[in-house]
Design a protein around this ligand. Sequence first.
Ligand SMILES: C[S@@+](CC[C@H](N)C(=O)[O-])C[C@H]1O[C@@H](n2cnc3c(N)ncnc32)[C@H](O)[C@@H]1O
Length: 229
Amino acid sequence: MRNEDSSVQATFNGIARRYDVMNRLMTLGSHQRWCREIATLATSRPGHHYLDLATGTGVIARAIREQRPSGAVIGADFSESMLDVARQLDGNAGIDWQFADAHELPFEDNKFDGVTHGYLLRNVSDLDLVLNEQFRVLKPGGVVAALESSPPSGIFSPVICLGMRVVIPTLGTIIGRDRPAYQYLVDSTLGFLTPEALRRRFELAGFEDVRVKSRFLGTNMIWTARKPG
Ligand SMILES: C[S@@+](CC[C@H](N)C(=O)[O-])C[C@H]1O[C@@H](n2cnc3c(N)ncnc32)[C@H](O)[C@@H]1O
């Protein structure tokens, strides 16, 4: 694993216990709803096998199981502390929690009907490899659905950026008790690819029908893309 990824892994191991409460505060309670939306998009066609990558505390994995009660769902992450929290929460029936690095998925080709992830791509050292891996493990015709943060654009973006720079590290200090981790969140979001650039990377990995919907003043995006077939 590269140094950048080890440092991200340590960051998430450090904030796992307070992750959900911080997420609820930072999205004003919208995160759960977006995760249900991701699950609906990933299960839009008949299927049985689903992978939620960077599952964290498993919100998207649980939403998939709610929508596909007979589905086989894997929730994978490279933070053991996040997986420990996921395992202790209710609603885990039918979900297999596994350690996995998104750069090197331990799954065979063409296995999953749907792959999901929430807030993964801004954290990885090799985004193209991560998208190639998702493409590889999806069945032809399978869908990837993802929630990603995004640098704000438009006339209000200076105000939104300022708000993010002030509010998130402050909440991270008081509630999350780890200011550097939440400073990293702001920096990695503001430094992340624009939606236009990320669309090209999905297409470069071979995906088609790449769609994006903006949420929360353009700071969050819901992506879907399909593997041809
Ligand atoms: C911001 S959390 C998101 C958790 C969850 N998806 C959600 O929406 O609440 C990002 C997660 O990505 C995981 N992650 C980051 N890089 C990863 C990688 N290379 N492989 C696997 N998981 C990774 C972290 O451990 C962390 O749990």
